[in-house]
Design a binder for this molecule. Sequence first.
Ligand code: 5GP
Ligand code: ZN
Length: 114
Amino acid sequence: MSDCLFCKIINNEIPSTKIYEDEKVLAFNDINPQSPVHILIIPKKHITSMNDFDETNIDILSHIFLVIKSIAKDKGLKEKGYRIVNNCGEQGGQTVDHIHFHLLGGRNMYWPPG
Ligand code: 5GP
Ligand code: ZN
């Protein structure tokens, strides 16, 4: 999508600090980190939100979660733990309409989230 912020990051039209990339997925540092490690993991295919997953594209979700697990290990988060967040829709707090998973770590997390 030409007007999508994260599609522009995928296409290098907007710079980002990339952590991992393959043919299906990109991971990059969040511009406004909420913890010492705060990485966004996104599919390269434009998918708006969790609401748009179905049997035709669900394979990307399992791939994303394996990538998240691998990045968490690389960042030294495996032992102490980490949090994976997906904000979906307006009340879920989603501000960028290209699905993304937040990987947060490096500090104690709290519950319930805000
Ligand atoms: P959401 O609120 O939709 O779950 O998360 C969107 C995330 O994207 C926020 O954590 C925000 O800091 C991040 N973000 C917004 N614009 C940019 C940008 O231009 N570059 C990067 N790296 N992150 C961004
Ligand atoms: Zn997009």
